[in-house]
Design a protein around this ligand. Structure first.
Ligand SMILES: Nc1ncnc2c1ncn2[C@@H]1O[C@H](COP(=O)(O)OP(=O)(O)O)[C@@H](O)[C@H]1O
Ligand code: SF4
Ligand SMILES: [Mg+2]
Length: 377
């Protein structure tokens, strides 16, 4: 939304976060397998920044979002919010944090209690957290209704009296009630008519500027997040496979999965649109119960070679804060490639580069553009 701010302080840092769901069977409910929904994810989000989180359905975006705000307990890893690792906080220690991190959900129909009045729905978080008295809460709800573009007169109405877009505004008002710093918006416009999606995106952007919010904005395609994200993380089967400043990602995708996702985004420029090949991804996302060996994308990747089946590619820094995990990176020139290969990173170091560094280590411009989408050997 705003320019990529390199000077914002990290608000959220996650390191090696895993979330596995056990699958149990039999009378004894023995664990027979695990869903590797989020599998070793590290990144940070700066204050005031919007990080887009993109990937096909089932790749673990919602699980990651819910784990960050601790609606789910991580299997492993650190979740640093405002400097504190909240990964193993219990309910009591989480309570004060719940005010500062909120979620907006995809489905505005399912996420609002149909039997409650709108004013009660929006005011509930304040009541639960015991902020203000009844009168001040009432006034605050009316103010929030106006903030999200509804009318204070809507206070006593029920959710079914509203359209999908209006309900999403109610969900957003509820998320704002406790003046959070971080909002995880889980596909907030996916269930809405295309015609009102941009209104909702504009609203979220205005709110970000007004209340200095930090967003993790989840979407299943790269079209929606383009204009709202400062940086974008691409997720595939529980892993971050590319992480880059937004415009850079659209100009120069490095990981073939990103290239495929991008090829599905409509381009307004007809010449460009004609020049670009539409890549149809074969098959569905494989099961996260037994993820493919090596690079998890290899069964669907048109550039895959033997090494891809055997060795998991680490997330490598290609310069300009652009990280990608691929043995045959696209759109990387020879000089950059030689530089990257001359300084082989351990997976550990590469993960660290998804996290903040002191300014000395950041952004040494090394990459030039090749424009060609030929994979490197
Ligand atoms: N509570 C759960 N128990 C078991 N598996 C789950 C649970 N929640 C999600 N999953 C599985 O984890 C994977 C990731 O799901 P999800 O995070 O919802 O993906 P996304 O939001 O990217 O569509 C899917 O395979 C899903 O079936
Ligand atoms: S590592 Fe291999 S399979 Fe994975 S994206 Fe790169 S080329 Fe494709
Ligand atoms: Mg989801």
């Amino acid at each position: 939304m705003n320019e990529f701010e390199t000077d914002g302080q990290p608000l959220l840092e996650i390191r090696h976060v895993k979330k596995y769901f056990p699958i149990r069977k039999g009378v004894l409910q023995r664990e027979v397998a695990r869903v590797h929904a989020v599998d070793d994810v590290s990144f940070m989000v700066r204050e005031g920044e919007t990080l887009g989180l993109v990937g096909e359905s089932g790749c673990g975006k919602s699980t990651l979002g819910r784990t960050i705000v601790r609606l789910l307990e991580p299997t492993a890893g650190e979740i640093r919010f405002e400097g504190q690792d909240i990964a193993d906080y219990g309910a009591r220690r989480l309570r004060p944090l719940r005010r500062r991190m909120q979620m907006v959900f995809q489905d505005p129909y399912a996420s609002l209690n149909p039997r409650k009045r709108v004013g009660t729905i929006i005011g509930d978080p304040m009541r639960i957290h015991k902020t203000g008295d009844k009168r001040s809460r009432h006034a605050r709800v009316q103010e929030l209704l106006e903030t999200v573009g509804l009318s204070p007169e809507h206070y006593n109405r029920f959710p079914h009296e509203f359209s999908g877009g209006q309900r999403q505004r109610i969900g957003i008002a509820r998320a704002l009630a406790l003046r959070p710093k971080l909002i995880i918006a889980d596909e907030p416009v996916s269930a809405l008519d295309v015609s009102i999606q941009s209104q909702m995106l504009n609203l979220l952007e205005d709110l970000q500027n007004e209340f200095k919010l930090t967003y993790v904005f989840i979407a299943h395609d790269l079209g929606v997040v383009r204009h709202v994200s400062d940086r974008i993380a691409v997720m595939y089967l529980g892993k971050i496979v590319e992480l880059s400043p937004a415009e850079e990602l659209y100009r120069r995708p490095i990981m073939p999965y990103t290239e495929a996702l991008l090829s599905a985004v409509p381009i307004p420029d007809p010449d460009l649109a004609e020049a670009r090949e539409r890549i149809v991804l074969q098959g569905d996302v494989p099961s996260p119960i037994n993820p493919p060996s090596g690079c998890r994308f290899h069964p669907r990747c048109r550039y895959a070679t033997e090494v891809c089946k055997k060795v998991e590619p680490p997330l490598v820094d290609y310069g300009d804060a652009h990280l990608a995990a691929c043995h045959h990176p696209l759109n990387v020139d020879e000089a950059t490639l030689a530089q990257v290969r001359a300084a082989p990173e351990t997976p550990e170091e590469a993960d660290e580069s998804a996290l903040p560094r002191d300014s000395s280590g950041l952004s040494e411009p090394i990459a030039g553009e090749t424009g060609s989408a030929k994979p490197n050997p």
